[in-house]
Write a protein that binds this ligand. Structure first.
Ligand code: ATP
Ligand code: MG
Length: 488
């Protein structure tokens, strides 16, 4: 009897507690209590105040004010402030929160609480309130942190531009012409092995944070990527995605419009930092010797030794094939990361079906998988095109992909029978006709192996190679890598 009464009492207290909690959380009482609590807590400390005025005594704008202002308006704490202004941003859907005058916004940094007030009296200024105990420990790193965040925000706001070099005679306006870069590709829209994509993203992010590291090594702060694979596999699209990801301008070098080595150097010196330096189809220039720039000229350019005045460049070179090249052109240090873009396999097909047709599964998928397994393949560009033209009927789209794969397979077998299909050179010839042979019998498996290779063995290689697993297996003693610690 006693036990039952106790149980009822506990149950009743839980119900009452729950109702009170619901009531408090639905009303503002809990916020009022929190505010009082904070107010009482604040009274127990001694504070120091710093004023950041908007203008100096000569009425010139204080750059620090602008940095702090942009930083504060990006803080999640602005949303919690009692009063916040809403403004439309640069893009039509963008809404910015801007702190109202005399509102306080709270920030946390390295375990310390900091209070900012947007003071608008006779002169505008921002006031920082910080506990005296915390001041010595955090003030300097906190101001550096504000500077870094401000730079990141500014970089993201900046319009990305595409620069192309023009012939010498137009020199009076400079050699670069630019337009806003509005390519719609993003890291999300590029079809690629997810692990590999994440690995590349984090490689880029690590690069951005590595200024001190590169300087300590006495190296130019640049990172170079080689994107190679058959036509239509997404190399150029991936460059666009990287530019968006980094918010970097693109400088695309057309080597046919460059007079000689010193002209190349001159153009490089005219690029700005925080930019992508791109040479598309580098293998074509080198193999066909179609440019007036010499081999050492290109090598020096790739080494980044021209970036005397600015840095933070990401260099990207694309190629259809690494074969038939002088290997020194893509040696470690000159090219840091090799990324293979293979033809589609079944998993790539499924990603395209999902993005282009909204299909996660379909009764014809097993049939598609089967034909991929016997070695047929198309480029993502070809499969994507078929899907776009048949997007009103997913079944028709898949059937068309199946017949395209069948005819690819038939021509592959015919080539093999006629003795022309065994070498990689002939695969590349096929690239030009639009129907491709495969560089490996199972590119995605190869991709995954390669990625596994990167994860397990990158610490021993100077350049990351997403296509080196097989070579690595044949060579149990690869060169040790002195620079690997920042790479993975
Ligand atoms: N992996 C992919 N993910 C998404 N779209 C792709 C992919 N590969 C190709 N495409 C689509 O195919 C078209 C051609 O791709 P892209 O120009 O990037 O190929 P590429 O590898 O640069 O070819 P090339 O070697 O001929 O220059 C683009 O419209 C792109 O949207
Ligand atoms: Mg391309």
């Amino acid at each position: 009897m006693m036990l039952l009464a106790n149980l009822t009492l506990v149950l009743l207290s839980v119900i009452v507690g729950y109702i009170v909690f619901r009531f408090l959380s639905k009303t503002s009482i809990i916020h009022v209590l929190k505010k009082w609590w904070r107010f009482l807590g604040e009274k127990c400390y001694v504070y120091q105040f710093y004023k950041v005025p908007k203008f100096n005594e000569h009425m010139q704008e204080n750059q620090l004010y602008r940095k702090v202002y942009v930083y504060l308006n990006s803080l999640p704490g602005v949303e919690d402030s009692d009063f916040t202004n809403l403004f439309s941003g640069n893009k039509s859907t963008e809404i910015n929160l801007v702190l109202e005058s005399n509102q306080v916004v709270l920030d946390n940094f390295l375990g310390a609480r900091l209070y900012w007030m947007n003071e608008k009296t006779s002169s505008e200024s921002l006031i920082l309130k910080i506990r005296k105990n915390d001041k010595r420990r955090i003030l300097v790193p906190y101001l550096q942190h504000i500077h870094t965040v401000f730079e990141e925000i500014e970089q993201k706001r900046k319009e990305v531009r595409l620069f192309v070099n023009v012939e010498t005679e137009l020199q009076r306006n400079g050699r670069w012409r630019s337009i806003p870069f509005t390519h719609p590709a993003t890291m999300d829209t590029v079809v690629m092995d997810t692990d590999l994509k994440n690995k590349i993203k984090s490689d880029l992010e690590n690069f951005l944070k590595s200024k001190q590291y590169y300087h300590r090594l006495g190296r130019v702060w640049k990172r170079s990527y080689l994107l190679y694979g058959p036509s239509g596999t997404g190399k150029s699209t991936f460059i666009a995605a990287i530019a968006k990801f980094l918010h970097y301008d693109i400088y695309e070098f057309d080597l046919n419009k460059i007079a000689d080595d010193s002209d190349l150097k001159f153009l490089m010196l005219q690029t700005s930092n925080k930019s992508l330096i791109v040479i598309e189809d580098l293998d074509r220039y080198l193999n066909e010797k179609s440019t007036a720039v010499s081999f050492p000229g290109i090598s020096n350019f790739m080494d980044g030794i021209f970036s005397c005045c600015g840095e933070e460049r990401v260099m990207i070179f694309t190629m259809n094939s690494k074969e038939n090249l002088d290997p020194t052109i893509i040696r470690p240090g000159r090219v840091d990361v090799h990324i293979h873009f293979p033809l589609c396999d079944f998993s790539g097909f499924k990603s395209l079906a999902s993005s282009h047709l909204g299909l996660k599964d379909h009764k014809l998928f097993p049939q598609v998988e089967e034909i991929f397994q016997i070695g047929a393949s198309l480029s993502p560009a070809e499969i994507g095109e078929i899907m776009i033209s048949n997007r009103t009927s997913p079944s028709r789209a898949i059937k068309t992909v199946i017949s395209a794969l069948h005819s690819n397979n038939a021509s592959r077998v015919a080539r093999r029978l006629s003795g022309n299909g065994s070498g990689r050179g002939s695969d590349e010839l096929d690239c030009k006709s639009g129907l491709f042979g495969r560089e490996s019998s199972n590119p995605m498996k190869e991709f995954k192996n390669l990625y596994g290779f990167l994860r397990n063995k990158s610490s021993r290689k100077a350049s990351l190679d997403f296509d080196a697993a097989e070579r690595e297996n044949q060579n149990p003693n690869p060169n040790p890598n002195p620079n690997s610690s920042h790479q993975s």
